[in-house]
Design a protein around this ligand. Sequence first.
Ligand SMILES: Nc1ncnc2c1ncn2[C@@H]1O[C@H](COP(=O)(O)OP(=O)(O)OP(=O)(O)O)[C@@H](O)[C@H]1O
Ligand SMILES: [Mg+2]
Length: 344
Amino acid sequence: MAFLELQGLVKRYGEFSAVAECSLSVAKGEFVCLLGPSGCGKTTTLQMVAGFTPPTAGRVVLDGQDITGLKPSRRGLGIVFQSYALFPHMSVADNVAFGLEMRGVVAAERGKRVAQTLELVHLAPLAARFPKELSGGQRQRVALARALVISPPVLLLDEPMGALDAKLREEMQIELRALQHRVGITTVMVTHDQAEAMTLADRVVLMNKGRVEQVARPFEMYEQPNGRFSSTFLGKANVFEGRHEGQGVLVGDVCLPCLADAPRGPVDYIVRPERLVFAATGALVRGRVSARVFLGNHWLFQVETPLGTLQATQVNAGLPAVAEGDEVGLAWAAEQARVVARGA
Ligand SMILES: Nc1ncnc2c1ncn2[C@@H]1O[C@H](COP(=O)(O)OP(=O)(O)OP(=O)(O)O)[C@@H](O)[C@H]1O
Ligand SMILES: [Mg+2]
């Protein structure tokens, strides 16, 4: 059963729809990521749930109760904003205790809960430090502890790792995932980083231009993107516009293989770079390698073909790869392609 429900949320600023329509059911204990490009309405959606932005239309329902009209403070949600700020003149412990103090929790109980929460985010030894004496990742964890300490029913995170470098970000993602599992707290997190969404989310909500494009588990969304936008935002993809009349998908005058139950008529034909293989015989299309990039564990190739520029990747197995300028054939199996009706 849904624990948190966003029912037809809309936010308009004059003529402009920041969020054109967002409906979503989040189960208790679930970790959901709102993913999408800059300006697609992620923060606006989260702020409507938090209560800082009143929706133009729609409702927010928490545990069966309509909270759309409640003030943020009455919702009791744990929030880490996109640009979070710690109180610079307060120690780590005092920063975390602040929310409890505001709620009138007595000192003894406060001390206990702050200690527990700092333990949870591995910051207990740094309780007496001030924000300026912390690294970016540590500050981020203080912000997280501050949101968690009030034991909120829902945790709302807006790009909580935006300020971190790639390595620290990865570490924090793993920590956050483990923490969320331990505490079992229902979490809605905003990110524009697809790898972060795949790492953390039970389900990804992919947004584009104020609308929800697709909601799915990460593996499902990667394997079954519902169109061009999903396939190229989550992972890389070769996408061709073609027609499916029954014998395969015709792209220009090249016929590409697809499963018999693929939708008929105008379609987007989607195939991921790692599903393409170099084929001496039985090639579906031939072309010339125009670029080759070494990425350590794999190679990335660009191949100029009658279908356009294709991207192909190959695992680096320690063998020499095809070179720039080489003429190559490319092949893939029908079941490796995803065929989606276009303009539906
Ligand atoms: N108060 C406002 N008045 C007018 N337009 C706004 C307002 N707040 C946001 N917008 C617009 O609404 C759209 C969605 O903004 P939002 O902050 O939700 O995007 P986002 O998906 O969080 O992007 P980012 O990844 O850059 O943080 C943007 O085009 C933004 O310019
Ligand atoms: Mg934002």
